[in-house]
Design a protein around this ligand. Structure first.
Ligand code: G3I
Ligand code: 9MR
Length: 546
């Protein structure tokens, strides 16, 4: 009986932009009266929530309280009939601090360096994983570099809650941050978040990206242009601090996916570093040449799928479908070199796209081409049309959803919060290209969703919101003696796969989440889920500044 249940109300716990959509989700009977009350106790806005509607992913009926018309910045209490009041912020800058935290998370995951109290605060720690003497695994042996040869592959970001470094996942993450630079350069030229390089001449975002590019660069075998799939221990480390995880590290198997991922990222980086030739002379050229070399290797070795060697049990990031990797790399190489052969290679693979993920990267090439001056006429229209028609599907999902969130049951896979935010990036691109407000509302709904307007009531970013994950599957956060986890990390999110030994409160897709270290299938963090979060928070912070 819905009347006997307490009404629960979920909001974006960070807040709302003055001129954006403002939705709260409410359980209960629907058509409830609600009001927003100022800090002075004045009733500023009143309304009624919508009719009840069923949302499959959560198996529940909810109604929406829409207070978009209220545009006055401030701190309010939202009171929905039958529920406790809940704090709501409205302001231009509600996403700025969480943005800085989400990008600072990459600093906290840097390999090969000490984190000092000046920059890391309570989460300071000794350096881990110098990665200056990494062994070539038997699966990666070549004439010039037989098994056991030692190479150096320092720096980079740890992938996730584990300490390994995987090219495929690093690539999508790095590209998404480069894209944030390309799309929000003005914002990033002004913004600092206290990293050791903050005092240098480069923007902080470029310094952070460079930390990982330097590692990626070392993953290419200069003898043939091939790229190792990962740099890893044979097995996952225990939950110890980085400097205590000292098992031998290896580079494992060169793969086509790694080569193409690497080629795409290096090509994209070469364009960005054209603007920083004073600080880094020759770097843009070096990146471009190394990208072409990796592409060449992939063309000569087009079907080398990752196969986990018997003695290795860390993340696989194995992908059977490589056409999207070819497409993305071709797009980036065309833009970096102007060579029309690459554009042809791209259009030969032109088809419908969907939101990006580590295994589906086609969208990324479309994003780059859609905004480039190197493309025009029908070619450009075709590229834009692919983005817009993918966005239209999400717009329809948003409009049909009882939650006002473009998430459907099949989106609840490992890393569902990353799915939500990569969908948001796609619709945001569509908005930039078309100016259609509806796409922006879809992006807003998805950001609201990960920041609290969801059926678990968690703002899924550590340290930001009134109910946030405390026990993420992140080795530093688990092993240090600080009760708060490292801040700014997005938890993977609910999904009903139950691939670990944890127990879950529900198997409904959007409710199958537990804030426990044991839940690596819903509560781990990774660089590839944080990247679209950074992108969106920059988008919503910089738009409000224009
Ligand atoms: O795509 C299919 C979908 O078609 C199918 O319907 C669905 C049903 O289960 O599964 C979907 O595939 C899932 C895939 O993630 C979706 O991206 C797989 O079941 C699932 O096992 C797979 O999980 C991956 C996980 O590693 C296990 O391999 C995650 O994507 C990936 O993000 C995660 O990455 C790990 C690294 O290996 C190690 N480092 C941490 C990192 C994050 O947990
Ligand atoms: O900690 C590992 C996490 O980073 C991975 O994403 C996950 C899936 O590959 O595996 C975790 O390691 C677990 C291992 O697979 C099985 N034994 C327990 C480990 C976590 O404590």
């Amino acid at each position: 009986d819905p009347e006997s249940q307490p009404v629960s109300v979920q909001v974006n716990q960070l807040g709302y932009l003055p001129d954006g959509d403002k939705l709260a989700v409410s359980t209960g009977q629907g058509n409830q009266s609600f009001r927003l009350v100022s800090q002075e106790g004045e009733v500023i806005f009143t309304g009624f929530s919508s009719e009840l509607k069923f949302w499959e992913p959560a198996g529940e009926q909810v109604s929406l309280a829409d207070f978009s018309e209220l545009q006055q910045p401030g701190a309010y209490q939202l009171q929905v009939e039958g529920s406790d009041p809940i704090a709501v912020q409205i302001g231009e800058d509600v996403f700025e601090q969480i943005h800085d935290a989400a990008i600072k998370a990459y600093y906290f995951n840097r390999a090969s360096v000490q984190l000092t109290p000046e920059f890391a605060g309570a989460w300071a720690r000794p350096a881990g994983h110098p990665d200056d003497r990494v062994r070539v695994h038997a699966s990666a042996a070549s004439a010039e570099r037989p098994a056991g040869t030692e190479i150096a592959g320092p720096k980079g970001w740890y992938d996730a809650g584990d300490y390994n470094k995987y090219i495929v996942n690093s690539g999508v993450s790095t590209y998404t941050l480069l894209q944030a630079w390309n799309d929000f350069e003005d914002f990033y030229r002004q913004r600092h978040w206290q990293i050791p390089e903050s005092a240098n001449e480069l923007p902080d975002l470029i310094d952070e990206i460079l930390w990982n590019l330097e590692w990626m660069r070392a993953m290419q075998d200069p003898h043939d242009g091939g790229v190792y799939h990962k740099l890893t221990t044979l097995n996952f480390a225990a939950a110890v601090m980085p400097h205590e995880a000292t098992a031998q590290r290896y580079v494992v198997q060169k793969t086509t996916a790694a080569a193409l991922n690497y080629a795409a990222v290096m090509a994209s980086a070469s364009r960005v570093f054209e603007d920083f030739t004073q600080q880094h002379p020759g770097l843009a050229d070096d990146y471009r040449q190394s990208a072409e070399l990796a592409w060449q290797w992939a063309v000569e070795n087009p079907g080398v799928i990752y196969q986990q060697p018997e003695d290795v049990s860390t993340g696989a990031y194995g992908d059977q479908q490589l056409e999207d990797e070819f497409s993305w790399a071709a797009a980036e190489l065309y833009l970096a070199t102007g060579n029309a052969d690459y554009l042809q290679a791209f259009f030969a693979r032109d088809k419908e796209i969907k939101e990006a993920s580590w295994s589906h990267v086609a969208a990324l090439g479309y994003y780059s081409l859609a905004t480039s001056d190197s493309l025009s006429g029908e070619d450009k229209q075709r590229v834009i049309q692919r983005i817009v028609s993918a966005a239209d599907k999400m717009l329809a999902q948003h409009q049909q959803s009882a939650y006002g969130v473009a998430m459907v049951e099949e989106d609840f896979v490992w890393g569902s919060n990353g799915v939500a935010l990569n969908k948001a990036v796609l619709v945001y691109q569509a908005w930039q290209l078309s100016g259609e407000q509806g796409y922006l509302q879809v992006a807003q709904g998805l950001l609201d969703y990960v920041l609290g307007r969801n059926p678990t009531g968690y703002s899924y970013v550590t340290g930001y919101g009134h109910k946030t994950p405390m026990h993420i599957h992140h080795r530093q956060s688990e092993a240090d003696d600080i009760s708060e986890p490292v801040p700014g990390w997005l938890a993977g999110g609910p999904q009903p796969g139950w691939q670990d030994e944890c127990s879950y409160p529900s198997r409904l897709p959007a409710k199958s989440y537990v804030d426990d270290w044991c839940s690596y299938s819903t509560n781990e963090v990774t660089i590839n889920w944080n990247a679209p979060l950074v992108y969106l928070l920059a988008a919503f912070s910089s738009d409000s500044q224009q």
